[in-house]
Design a protein around this ligand. Structure first.
Ligand SMILES: Nc1ncnc2c1ncn2[C@@H]1O[C@H](COP(=O)(O)OP(=O)(O)OP(=O)(O)O)[C@@H](O)[C@H]1O
Length: 258
């Protein structure tokens, strides 16, 4: 589904932020991207999908998403591929939703643009998804604005929004940092279900090793702008190779770090 070789990120001035690394994601897999704050998880994932902010640049030898070379697509083909097949649940739920546009228009936008169905069908799907993520007055939410929602509700709306186009890959960037009423466990179980029932692949970006251990099949460990280790999650925890990973595993398992 995703196959990337030697991806690196730097500033326009040439300051390296992420050293070259390889990444792949298979159908139905849950892959973790682990690292402490500032280690490069978010910008690496954004770079994989050409979603970096304009201040940053990436380079790679190969960037294949769903059998397409991302760098060879026209803007229209790119929007179709990324807009339709990839759902992104951002870290910052406040900035992601537009403050001045009604929630329903935001939820319908991608659905209608990518011709997933009519406006009426889109509204039906939006209503169902808002209910699915545990919001009990979907009509009111659809007709309201983001400022009327709490942090937890915004996160639920983001989750519903990311599912509107039935994506095949979902990226969860620290899905549990901005939450109040919604718990870590709830979010992860919800996506685990979607993964198992619909074969959707997940990329989980987190600084919580416990989430990595419990939910992922494979993981990548980032440390100070470098991908220092990758392995099947079981192996990563039973035989960590890099000293940083070893220390993390010990801390996660409540052992003393030597
Ligand atoms: N627009 C930008 N311009 C310059 N540097 C940036 C920019 N965005 C991020 N960086 C730098 O890139 C590095 C990696 O940032 P990134 O957001 O990927 O970290 P992260 O591992 O996701 O951390 P966190 O969990 O805190 O979000 C950091 O040193 C950060 O300061």
């Amino acid at each position: 589904m995703i196959n990337i070789t030697q991806l690196e990120v730097h500033t326009h001035e040439g300051r390296a932020l992420v050293q070259p690394f390889d990444f792949h994601l298979k159908k139905g897999e849950i892959v973790g991207i682990f690292g402490e704050s500032g280690s490069g998880k978010t910008i690496s994932t954004q770079a994989m999908l050409n979603l970096l902010p304009s201040a940053l640049v990436s380079r790679s030898i190969k960037k294949i998403v769903e059998d397409r070379n991302l760098d060879m697509l026209s803007p229209r083909e790119y929007r179709k591929l990324i807009g339709l097949d990839v759902g992104y649940i951002p870290q910052n739920t406040t900035e992601f939703l537009h403050p001045l546009v009604k929630i329903k228009h935001q939820m319908l936008e991608g659905y209608v643009t990518h011709q997933c169905g009519t406006k009426k069908q889109g509204l039906k799907r939006a209503t169902e998804l808002l209910e699915l993520v545990g919001l009990n007055n979907p009509k009111k939410i659809l007709n309201g604005y983001v400022f009327e929602l709490s942090g937890g509700m915004r996160q639920r709306v983001n989750i519903a929004l990311s599912l509107m186009t039935k994506p095949r890959i979902i990226i969860l960037d620290e899905p549990t940092t901005a939450l109040d009423s919604i718990t870590e466990h709830e979010v992860m179980e919800f996506f685990k279900n979607i993964n198992q029932e619909e074969g959707v692949s997940l990329i989980l970006i987190t600084h919580n090793m416990k989430l990595i251990e419990k939910y992922t099949d494979r993981a990548y460990v980032f440390y100070q702008g470098e991908m220092v280790e990758t392995n099947d999650t079981k192996m990563l925890f039973s035989e960590p190779y890099h000293p940083h990973t070893r220390a993390l595993v010990q801390v996660t398992h409540g052992e003393e770090v030597r």
